[in-house]
Design a protein around this ligand. Sequence first.
Ligand SMILES: [Zn+2]
Length: 324
Amino acid sequence: MNKAIEEIAKVELHCHLDGSTSFELIRQLAEEQGVNLDESKLFVSSQCDGLDDYLQCFDEILKVLQTKDSLKRAVVDVAKQAYKDNVKYIEIRFAPLFHMDQGLTMTEVLEAVASGIDEARHTVGIGVNLLICAMRQHHAEQNQALFDFIHKHNHEAIRGIDFAGPEVGFPTETIEDTIKYGLDLGFNLTLHAGECGCIHNVIEGIKLGSKRIGHGVAINQDKAALQFVKENDVLLEMCPKSNIQTKAITGLKALNLPYLLEHGIPFLINTDNRTVTQTSLNEEYELLMKNELMTLEQIKHINKRAVRYAFLTEDEKMNLLLKM
Ligand SMILES: [Zn+2]
């Protein structure tokens, strides 16, 4: 691993709790809980033919993330991995509804994850906050009830909402009312969009008020759409290895990073799912450097710039910048 990359202070804004829980912890939890896991299903296969296929891995991982203890430990585990990447601040996202299969209430899920955040902040020593994922494929009432709940729960670590899940079949118009509902409650919004080739989903998301876009890669070759991103001061949360696996891009060059850098289009590199994708943040940057798509100076620059797009208060951003 390139030492110079390791030493760069980083921010990570797109990282899923379930998909990033380490293999070691998943295996340990399965043993403790007496769950028979098919370990070959925990990682994306080399034959992955797209996002729907990629999302299958989560079903296996979620089997062991149905208790308060496992959720708390998963948060600490992901924070520790980020710490190894020299991440100073991470926003970890998760979908509470996926952790209620064995009887946990929404309150218990949120309290367990929040206690993991507390422990991670005190013992791992990095800044950690949460994003709550609604799912594109869930009914509007279900997603609105989720937003109502977290609004009432009002935990300081919850800094924003997201919509994840399959884009094909659930374009941004179908979730428009629910997006507005969440924004009206005062939540910051980041949105998975443009992962399945649809430029329209990204543009609509930004028009609705999304401050960041998860992936967004469909627009990376479209100069007008990129200009729209810049004018609206929206950050693209890119996840290169994951994008290759889901076939969202044909290769790293398709990210068009030199163009984005040259034209000041805001973006950041993230892992998406450390375990499912088999990656770390250092590995993602190393891959980009090896392919001569970014320099060390540019990596430093985009990480510092990303502080501005973190869902933090102005004071918190100032404090974070001192560590960058
Ligand atoms: Zn994602």
